[in-house]
Design a protein around this ligand. Structure first.
Ligand code: HEM
Length: 473
């Protein structure tokens, strides 16, 4: 017996054939329906079981299940854009790097913005280290420059990286945020004091990539044609003034628009405007290293800009949105070891640890042919195309596992505290105290001892602010 659909009409097939009616009596849902037979599984009769031989069904489901890629282990949430880099001047006295030999030289690029400890749903305004990676498609190969928006890292040895990242990640037992794990890690890691002072200032919460300054963090080496090698630190300086958010503003925006930074990037480029950043470098002669009070290969330190002034290298303009997020952003495979002649790794322990793990991560998440993906531009790659770092250097010593000699964990944290205006100090103190007050006493005391070693006032103010939070309980 024919049944009525929810719109009260009879199935159109009978009407049309029997009465030769020209009017279309089909229900709205029937009119919109896709009548392609491939939209149906292959069955025995209309209600019968589905055949195992239905390869179209298998491929449809299996393609869906497999098209979601394995996520990056860190820097999971990200956005991308294409652009070009224009050199201001010849850097020939410092490096053989082919894309920096002539003023006005233009190199096409792809950049990815990211959030270091994130899931795909992490709000763009969360307290986080933001990443900014750029591929330079040069005529002598692909050079990757990976930068973070916090100029220092929280550990100086790659061996500690997994524990550091786990301490910033959701709890392994219930997947909920776990700030206590982070403060426990900080208590055991005095070298994190400088990083904490930066991340817990309002710099840790930004709403926009347009005004984001970023840093190479690790120390690299540039070599010129004469074989002269210098240490190098990278800086990207945005054309817009840096603008930070308070913790409260960041939390409000996280609810209102968790993708605010990505949306702004996309809409700006779609509207024909651009994002611009100037690449600057700091140089250090290798023999200067021993006269410093800190180790220039220690990524918990910055280099004083009066002693090691910024040299302007060129300008990056991001002007084109991606049109295939999966292929261009998710499958982009950045590595600090994607180097070209004239640019090398230094002996920075963190950088050495990073030198192989990125490709390992990419083999797993993209597959062994990750270099063949168009955005990676390395179709004819082979290991002998790689740049060797350190050729010609003479190194001798005892094999060991040890801390570096010049630790100096607190001086720069204190200097940074003093460089902040009163309001910025107030926010930093409050941001730390609002989390740390609920940690066990031995953790609180340990962290306070580091902050006080950085600056007496800094430690005392965090302590006082924690009392205030405790009294509210
Ligand atoms: C030993 C320390 C570190 C390890 C083991 C490590 C490991 C990783 C891994 C596995 C990825 C994901 C790679 C992928 O799946 O494509 C990644 C991404 C990234 N890392 Fe690191 N990392 C370390 C330190 C750093 C530091 C110091 C920086 C500072 C510049 C940094 C910046 C980045 C950026 C910007 C990305 C995102 C790349 C992209 O957009 O695809 N990492 N890191």
């Amino acid at each position: 017996m024919p049944h009525h659909d929810q719109y009260g009409s009879l199935p159109n097939r009978c009407n049309m054939s029997q009465n030769k009616c020209t009017q279309d009596y089909r229900s709205p849902s029937e009119k919109c329906r896709n009548h392609n037979p491939d939209q149906h599984s292959q069955t025995i009769g209309p209600d019968g079981p589905v055949l195992l031989q239905d390869t179209i069904l298998h491929e449809t489901l299996d393609t869906f299940v497999h098209e979601k890629m394995i996520e990056r282990a860190v820097h999971t949430k990200g956005y991308g854009a294409f652009g070009c880099f224009t050199a201001y001047q010849s850097m020939r006295p410092y490096t053989k790097a082919s894309f920096l030999q002539r003023p006005g030289q233009v190199t096409y690029t792809f950049s990815r913005f990211s959030f270091a400890v994130s899931t795909k749903g992490t709000p763009d305004t969360s307290r986080n280290v933001r990443g900014f990676s750029t591929k330079f498609y040069t005529d002598s190969g692909v050079f990757d420059l990976l930068c973070n928006h916090i100029p220092v890292f929280l550990v100086r040895d790659a061996m500690k990286f997994p524990t550091a990242i786990k301490s910033l990640s959701p709890s392994a037992s219930n997947n909920l945020p776990n700030p206590l794990a982070f403060w426990k890690f900080v208590a055991e890691t005095p070298e994190a004091a400088h990083f904490v002072t930066l991340l817990y200032s309002d710099l840790g919460t930004l709403a926009s990539f347009r005004c984001m300054r970023t840093y190479g963090v690790n120390t690299y080496v540039w070599e010129n044609e004469k074989g002269v090698r210098r240490y190098v630190k990278y800086h990207w300086i945005p054309s817009c003034q840096e603008c930070t958010l308070t913790r409260q503003e960041a939390a409000k925006l996280a609810g209102e628009n968790p993708n605010i930074a990505g949306e702004e990037l996309y809409n700006t480029l779609a509207g024909g405007e651009t994002y611009q950043y100037e690449l600057c470098v700091q140089f250090m002669n290798m023999d200067e290293a021993c006269s410093l009070s800190f180790d220039p290969l220690d990524d918990t330190k910055v280099w004083d800009q009066e002693q090691f002034p910024l040299t302007r290298v060129g300008c990056l303009t991001l002007d084109r949105n991606v049109d295939n997020y999966q292929q261009q952003v998710e499958k982009a495979a950045f590595s600090p070891a994607n180097l070209i002649d004239g640019i090398q790794l230094s002996a920075d322990k963190m950088l050495q640890g990073r030198s192989f793990v990125y490709w390992d991560a990419q083999r797993r998440r993209i597959g062994p042919d990750f270099r063949d993906i168009p955005v990676n531009h390395e179709e004819k790659w082979s290991p002998d195309k790689m740049v060797s770092s350190g050729n010609g250097a003479c190194i001798s010593g005892t094999v060991m596992r040890s801390e570096i000699e010049k630790e100096d964990n607190f001086t720069q944290a204190g200097e940074h505290y003093l460089s902040l205006c009163q309001e910025a100090r107030d926010h930093l103190v409050d941001n730390i105290a609002s989390e740390l007050y609920s940690a066990p006493e031995h953790i609180r005391n340990c962290v306070l001892s580091y902050l006080s070693a950085a600056n007496q006032e800094y430690g005392a103010r965090v302590q006082e602010c924690m009392y205030w939070y405790q009294k509210q309980l």
